[in-house]
Design a protein around this ligand. Structure first.
Ligand SMILES: *Cc1c(COP(=O)(O)O)cnc(C)c1O
Length: 371
């Protein structure tokens, strides 16, 4: 009996991409084996954390690294680490006592996003106070610099498709401004693919989500300066305890990173090849036009952009997204632009057979509407 049958769960086709609400990704056999192996053994956990961290740091060329329970936990603990440093009393009393040390965390206003939870909530969880720099549509190096003073503990940069992209400074520019003010730069690169670029651009701590691009188990990764990673690890007896990471996740993510760095993944060009017949079958439907679009955050990801003409199709893009979620097999798309009449399909986790199922489901819905 499948899990779907046993618990009465809806079978899901994930054309939305690496989404938390759908279970993010399906790690490969080498990761599953590492998780199993981890579960079957005892370790000195401090030793496991240190040695796997050093191994990962060696793979990516970082000073230090640590596996955490998710990117959100990495962000909260990074903020706590840079506020508390190695003050044991403050670690035990974070949130209980007024903070007399620098604790403002400055980020571009266009980076103060909701990725499924607010960035600001994670900053506050770490004891930080969010301070926005610049405007909703622009943040220059000078605007970032203008927001910095002696109450600041760190600058935060969110590298994500969720953020405003236009007229915003680069990671390298943010690093330069932070360092001119003797402040560390934290980069939230949770869904990004490059494990080296942001450190090379000057970031002091970089945070990734383990199950997104890396396709590991539910986990997170923080890379960066040895001193900051050491303070972050000390948070495991502070707020980090409420975000405990298991031995199986530590070993699974370490294996996933090694695999990710050594085995080429599916390229954007291969995604285009996979979705070409799918796009052709959609373009044969009245009211629907589909084409290939590239990731707006610059990652090597191609997606199918499906435009719904309400007058011809008899329903809006939002209606179609909703209808496909509630069929016998729940089909999930990227619905961020449904208000503009656009749906995006991410084909990385969709088989060729499932693409046919999706095209059939869309045709059926349109026929129901125009019948
Ligand atoms: C997904 C995401 C996170 C959170 O990652 P988790 O591992 O799910 O906690 C944080 N920031 C950004 C920009 C994200 O895309």
């Amino acid at each position: 009996m499948s899990l779907y049958e046993k618990y009465g769960l809806k079978p899901v086709i994930n054309a939305a991409g690496r989404m938390t609400v759908l279970g993010v990704s399906t790690p490969g056999p080498e990761v599953i084996a590492a998780v199993d192996d981890g579960l079957a053994h005892y370790f000195d956990i401090g030793d496991l954390v240190d040695k796997t961290g050093a191994y990962i740091a060696g793979l990516v060329g970082a000073e230090a690294a640590v596996v955490v329970s998710c990117a959100s936990a990495g962000l909260a603990q990074a903020v706590a680490a840079l506020i508390v440093r190695d003050d044991g009393w403050l670690r035990d009393n974070l949130h209980a006592a007024p903070l007399r040390v620098p604790h403002h965390i400055v980020l571009p206003k266009g980076h103060n996003v909701h990725y499924g939870a607010p960035i600001a909530t994670m900053v506050r969880l770490g004891g930080g106070r969010v301070v926005e720099a610049g405007y909703a549509n622009e943040c220059t190096p000078a605007q970032l610099a203008a927001a910095l003073d002696d109450r600041c503990a760190a600058v935060l940069y969110v590298k994500s498709h969720h953020c405003v992209q236009k007229s915003h400074l680069s990671v390298a520019q943010a690093a330069e401004v932070a360092h001119q003010h003797d402040l560390p730069l934290i980069v939230d690169a949770a869904a990004e693919e490059d494990l080296r670029a942001y450190l090379q651009a000057g970031a002091d701590l970089v945070i990734y989500s383990g199950a997104k691009a890396i396709a590991g188990p539910t986990s997170g990764l923080v890379l960066g300066k040895a001193q900051y990673i050491a303070w972050l690890k000390q948070q495991s007896s502070g707020i980090g305890r409420a975000m405990k990471v298991g031995k199986e996740s530590i070993l699974g993510l370490t294996q996933a990173i090694e695999h990710y760095l050594t085995q080429p993944g599916i390229s954007g060009a291969q995604m285009v090849e996979k979705m070409t017949p799918f796009i052709a079958s959609l373009n044969a439907l009245s009211g629907i036009s589909a084409r290939v679009v590239w990731d707006t955050a610059g990652r090597d990801i191609a997606r199918a952009e499906i435009h719904v003409d309400e007058t011809l199709a008899g329903l809006t893009a939002g209606d179609l997204v909703q209808a496909l979620k509630t069929g016998p097999v729940a089909i999930y798309f990227r619905g961020y632009k449904a208000n503009e009449g656009i749906i995006e399909a991410d084909v990385r986790s969709v088989s060729a057979a499932q693409l046919v199922t999706i095209a059939d489901a869309i045709r059926t819905r349109l026929e129901e509407k125009t019948a």
